[in-house]
Design a protein around this ligand. Structure first.
Ligand SMILES: *Cc1c(COP(=O)(O)O)cnc(C)c1O
Length: 239
């Protein structure tokens, strides 16, 4: 191991300890005794960081672009569970389904069908979260709760995943809308999730919370938090 690796490893270890302490404090504050899974969002950071995080005990890694995730996953492989968390074009579904263990950003019936075909072609079964829109703007991604839209409605998208043989409906994911109070958004998400579990009682994953709002997400029942900058540092380009 080089000196550079040692420095980066120490930095990641310190950040990881801080993030884990924040999660534990938030669980205690919410009197939660269940686990909260940390997904390290490594976009824009090199595969060497993923390897260091895996060494430090991180088991779940998130990426948001196929062209970046595919080579990292090829280099690191099954040491971690790969979560795809970004907007996904249908023409990338086949590629993503080769390495992703969890796709957190399914928001339409048509995308579910494309992923199902891709996963079946690779002989794999993927865990899927339906991404929920909390601002009602379809352009920003997310299925629409309470909508009867046959492609983008939350009910339709969830039914498509539940009925797909190469997909397993595992729960919901959301991103707090820009400029909105995270606490209000995640309270709304908790109500949507409670409703959703009436129809899909085994789909218990709730992925919410990022570096700036993980405490709020945990207080509203997040089972998975997706943490990038608090672990890896401030990103130097958009991703
Ligand atoms: C980048 C990203 C994150 C992590 O964001 P940070 O603020 O860096 O923690 C979480 N979720 C999604 C969907 C992302 O794209």
């Amino acid at each position: 191991m080089t000196a550079v690796d040692d420095t980066r490893r120490a930095e990641l270890a310190a950040n990881l300890a801080r993030v884990r302490a924040r999660i534990d404090a938030a669980r205690s504050a919410a009197a939660r005794t269940d686990e909260v899974t940390l997904v390290a969002v490594t976009k824009t950071y090199p595969a060497s960081d993923v390897a260091l995080l895996a060494d430090l005990g991180v088991a779940d890694v998130g990426e948001n672009k196929d062209q970046e995730a595919a080579p990292k996953a090829a280099g690191i492989g099954g040491r971690v569970r790969w979560h795809f968390v970004g907007q996904l074009q249908r023409n990338k579904a086949k590629s993503v389904s080769a390495y992703a263990d969890v796709v957190q950003s399914v928001d339409s019936v048509r995308l579910a069908a494309a992923l199902d075909r891709g996963a079946a072609g690779h002989g794999r079964v993927l865990d899927v979260l339906i991404q929920v829109s909390l601002d009602g703007d379809p352009a920003r991604g997310g299925a629409l709760p309470g909508s009867a839209d046959p492609d983008r409605g939350l009910g339709a998208a969830a039914a498509a995943v539940a009925g797909a043989s190469a997909l397993r409906l595992a729960g919901l994911m959301a991103v707090a809308p820009l400029g909105a109070e995270a606490d209000d958004a995640f309270a709304r998400l908790a109500a949507i999730a409670a409703d959703f579990r009436v129809d899909h009682p085994t789909a218990t994953v709730l992925s919410a919370g990022m570096s700036d709002d993980l405490e709020s997400a945990v207080s509203h029942g997040a089972t998975h938090v997706r943490i990038g900058s608090a672990l890896l540092g401030k990103r130097h380009y958009l991703g």
